[in-house]
Design a protein around this ligand. Structure first.
Ligand SMILES: [Zn+2]
Length: 310
């Protein structure tokens, strides 16, 4: 492979420069950092490509399926119950959901008494969430939100299926670090390249979606990135998603066409009570929590650099 086709920049997690080519997909190629095993899409999608992609996804495809299927909230309900259990059984006073889509995770926290805030890059979804959350939803990026809300702090920050989408995950986490209370809790959900499904499915693993999924993490390199950005990972577990059967079927059309073909003669004919039953599904994703760390802390690289987090 010609050297100019390799990623031109260093690894955002470990700052290594050596990349191993993986497979091609839709005009892009995935590479793996030979040092920390972070996987990246190359070339990185441009801002215009990302904007066009999300616009098309909102009009049809996966975001439209989610927004048009508001009765599916079991996956978010399970996450909310887990976060509340980590918070001593009570809802946090304030929660910021980054990439909140139509506000369905925030709906559950609001119901439990939290003051809810959200950030969403897709304007149509942000407008729907804004109506339900008294205008406390910002349409834009987390960096734009932090600039407008300097000094504001949140008890819990959630980013469910978001960090794999952002072009600069270091800036993303460092900005969250500025927005989280000193004893706050960060909850991340993202595909896990150290999962057994990733090993079994190889290039057919559903999270390989160029433009949408730019960086793919393992449990280890996610912990390294959190460390670099002022957090300490406290827990990381496989994420079993509880999804309604009909919703899962609609998503397979986009992410697993082979499964959609198998299910198409069956699911539409099922009785309504069966279609809306929730079942636990695993597609190789992880749920991680982290706490902010204050003061000076040594990075994991060998250069002996010190970073100030406070
Ligand atoms: Zn690396």
């Amino acid at each position: 492979m010609p050297p100019d086709e390799y990623p031109a920049h260093s690894c955002p997690v470990c700052e290594g420069h050596t990349w191993q080519p993986l497979h091609r997909k839709n005009g892009f190629r995935y590479f793996r950092c030979t040092s920390c095993r972070l996987e990246i899409t190359w070339p990185l999608p441009t801002e215009a490509q990302i904007a066009d992609y999300y616009k098309s996804q909102t009009e049809k495809a996966s975001y439209a399926v989610r927004v048009n299927y508001p009765r599916e909230d079991s996956v978010h309900r399970k996450i909310a119950e887990w976060v509340i259990s980590l918070n001593g059984g009570k809802a946090p006073q304030t929660i910021l959901d980054v990439g909140c889509l139509d506000g369905r995770l925030l709906d559950i926290f609001k119901e439990k008494g939290a003051t809810t805030y959200g950030i969403e890059i897709q304007s149509d979804a942000a407008a729907i969430a804004g109506k339900k959350h008294d205008g406390r939803i910002s349409n834009g990026t987390i960096e734009q939100f932090a600039e407008k809300n300097e000094g504001q702090r949140f008890d819990v920050v959630t980013a469910i299926g978001v960090i794999e989408h952002v072009p600069d995950p270091v800036s993303f986490l460092k900005t969250i670090r500025r927005l989280i209370s000193s004893d706050g809790l960060l909850v991340l959900q993202t595909p896990n390249t150290s999962s057994s499904l990733h090993s079994i499915m190889g290039s057919h693993w559903p999270p390989y979606v160029p433009i949408e999924h730019i960086y793919l993490f393992s449990a280890r390199n996610l912990a390294m990135l959190l460390d670099k950005c002022g957090f300490e990972m406290t827990e990381c577990k496989n994420h079993w998603k509880w999804l309604q059967i009909e919703f899962f079927y609609l998503m397979t059309e986009l992410f697993m066409p082979f499964a959609y073909k198998l299910l198409r003669p069956i699911v539409p004919r099922l009785p309504e009570a069966v279609k809306t039953m929730s079942v636990p599904l695993y597609s190789g994703e992880m749920l991680a929590t982290a706490n902010p760390v204050s003061g000076y802390k040594r990075t994991l690289d060998s250069k002996g650099k010190y970073w100030l987090y406070t």
